[in-house]
Write a protein that binds this ligand. Sequence first.
Ligand code: C5P
Length: 237
Amino acid sequence: MRMKPQIIAALDVESRVEALKLVSTLREKIDYFKVGSRLFTAEGPGLIEEIQEAGVSVFLDLKFHDIPATVAGAVRAACGLGVRMLTLHTAGGVEMMKAAAQSAREASSRSGRQRPLLVGVTVLTSMSREDLSDISLYPGEVDELVTRRARRAREAGLDGVVASVREAARIRSECGDGFVLVTPGIRPAGAAAGDQKRTATPAEAARAGADYLVIGRPLYQAASPAEAAEAVLRELE
Ligand code: C5P
């Protein structure tokens, strides 16, 4: 049987002060905190170190998408920060993903630090089929594109992918048990969907084979983030 999934709390807040407050409220219950482009752009890499000093792990979600040499350099820099997991966009292509994987291996063997997990973003969970065909002329189903990108990510040497719960079971069966599945778009019963189009409950995500559940607004916008986290943990038991 698979281990029950771990929660990653998304720190999609405005400032360092708000982020550190959320970390200190949740760190007894949650081991991973996700820093995305909003907070990183506002506060910079120093905040990553402050969060790690609280004894928790950082998932750096900057969705790198650029030419291979640039992404390799960004991955090297992220390894230097000591983050445990980071994202790059599978739409950047196989060569870009291979360069990223190699860069992470080299950086960790040089520093002796544990290599972070590299996970590929497949299709953003806020994208519908209409959005996709509008922006890329891709005529097919979203889940086919997600699964194809997941296979390419695995072939290129990434550790796993970010995908919605809806595609998780299919990716799990095609890419195998060791492939890391990170699922955002998680909404405990009663929580608002917001801009997410493909949502699921924590229990559904666990049943679909997710390893990590990324949860943002249902935690940081809750009247009590600690109670909201507690409720998700109970649902996963
Ligand atoms: O607030 P909410 O729970 O919707 O937050 C989901 C988080 O997961 C956000 O930080 C978003 O950037 C991230 N994410 C996503 N879809 C992806 C990859 C990351 O929603 N495919």
